[in-house]
Design a protein around this ligand. Structure first.
Ligand code: SF4
Length: 432
């Protein structure tokens, strides 16, 4: 099993503007594992359905995918910094066998290095692992488990086509608990078809009783091409109406805050110290490697999305390996960089430092920014506040003024606010 390199180094300040941050060497890697037992009715992710029995070493498809994924990792030119976070997402990465997961992590470690205190997360679904597999994953280096519970009512799980039951959730959580996994996150979904306010409240209470370190709450979005899209219309029966959905959001904020969780991002709550370091990479708009079918990478100021089908991904890896790791990415333009940074930062509870904003945009962009958000400052959906510097700030001042969406009302209407901001800035956003 792995013995990660104990690289000791200071957290490098990424520079003093967003373009410099964008081209800093990545210290995070996302690994996509595109296999699920069956497809949930709301899901449009790039996955292959493998059924209940064919996964891990039982499946030639999974085996050849892991081989290809490792070839992609090995062909990627390493930068001069080891990885601080790795995230196995999917799909259902817990369908990998221990040896397959170990092989991928060993390949990452040999190629890039992984620091000794790295956060290594995996998404695990109830009913896809037993004690032996969990122990093997932990020995291989997993430090954090993101657990797809979604709801605590069997009928809701069935409406959504989930392949597990509420009993599976409890059995899986019991395994995590008795194996001493402290850094566990629960995913819960609101806005499900036929979901009542009482069911949402019961799911929150049931999750809180299990006392996970972290909770991610998602509101169901009707994606084109999904089973739900074929049967249902957005914002209509059997989905909860928009006022009920907004109340779900408000109730979650009250319950989780009262239970000692802090909302640090629009959909994410954590006990102090258990914020997901990997996901913060995205929200601070920092670079990251992406590996696997459909995965996106953000390296050297370029974004690149890999093909979303197995055949196209296999062909792409072959060309990529033969070219010695040449990638034709799309360089992020200055205006996109600004808009993306604003969008991502306003997902965070701490928002954005005003001096950082001033350093990174022209006067004209800044003027339009304040014009666009003025109505939302007045109605209480956004606020300017004074904060101590966070570890991510590059300012030397001890305190500074920041701007953020308010919780919960600003977060609830974030789509409206960001759309207005984009509208106002799209034609002028540029770096000084
Ligand atoms: S388990 Fe996740 S990735 Fe797989 S089908 Fe369901 S929602 Fe999609």
């Amino acid at each position: 099993m792995l013995n990660f390199s104990r690289t000791v180094y200071d957290t490098v300040k990424a520079g003093d503007n967003w373009r410099q941050i964008a081209v800093t060497p990545p210290v995070s890697a996302y690994v996509h594992v595109p296999f699920c037992r069956r497809r949930c009715f709301y899901c449009d992710f790039p996955i292959s359905v493998v059924g209940d029995r064919k996964h891990g070493e039982n499946s030639l498809t999974v085996q050849s995918y892991v081989k290809r994924l490792c070839a992609e990792i090995q062909a990627t030119p390493p930068r001069d910094r080891p990885l601080e976070t790795v995230f196995f997402g999917g799909g259902t990465p817990s369908l990998l066998s221990v040896s397959q997961l170990d092989r991928i992590l060993t390949t990452l470690d040999r190629h890039f290095g992984i620091v000794g205190d790295a956060e290594i997360s995996i998404e695990m679904d109830p009913g896809t692992f037993d004690r032996a597999k969990l122990r093997g994953f932990l020995q291989a280096g997993i430090t954090r488990v993101s657990f797809g519970a979604q709801a605590f009512q069997d009928e809701l799980l069935q409406y959504c086509g989930r392949s597990h039951s509420v009993a599976d959730i409890y059995a899986a959580f019991n395994l995590l608990d008795t194996e001493g996994v402290a850094n566990v996150s629960f995913d819960l979904m609101s806005g499900l078809p036929h979901q009542t306010p009482q069911q949402w409240e019961d799911s929150l209470d049931a999750a809180l009783k299990l006392n996970p370190a972290h909770l991610s709450l998602y509101d169901l979005i009707l994606e084109p091409g999904t089973v739900f899209d074929r049967f249902y219309k957005p914002d209509a029966e059997p989905f909860p109406d928009s006022e009920t959905a907004a109340n779900f959001y408000r109730l979650a904020q009250q319950r989780l805050t009262a239970a000692g969780y802090g909302r640090y991002e629009i959909s994410n709550y954590a006990k102090p110290g258990f914020e997901c370091r990997h996901n913060l990479t995205y929200w601070f708009d920092r670079p990251y490697y992406g590996f696997g079918l459909g995965a996106t990478s953000y390296v050297g100021g370029q974004r690149f999305a890999r093909p979303r089908t197995r055949k196209d991904y296999a062909d792409w890896v072959e060309r990529y390996v033969n070219s010695g790791g040449e990638i034709e990415g799309e360089r992020v333009s200055d205006s996109d960089l600004i808009l993306e940074t604003l969008m991502l930062r306003f997902r965070l509870a701490e928002g954005l430092a005003i001096d950082e904003l001033q350093r990174n945009v022209t006067e004209e962009t800044l003027k339009r920014f304040w014009q666009a958000i003025d109505p939302y400052l007045n109605c209480g959906w956004m606020e300017v506040y004074t904060a101590e510097n966070s570890s991510e700030d590059v300012s030397n001042d001890k305190e500074h003024r920041r701007i953020r969406l308010t919780d919960p009302e600003g977060f609830l209407f974030s789509n409206v606010i960001l759309a207005k901001l984009f509208d106002k800035l799209e034609s002028v956003a540029e770096l000084p």
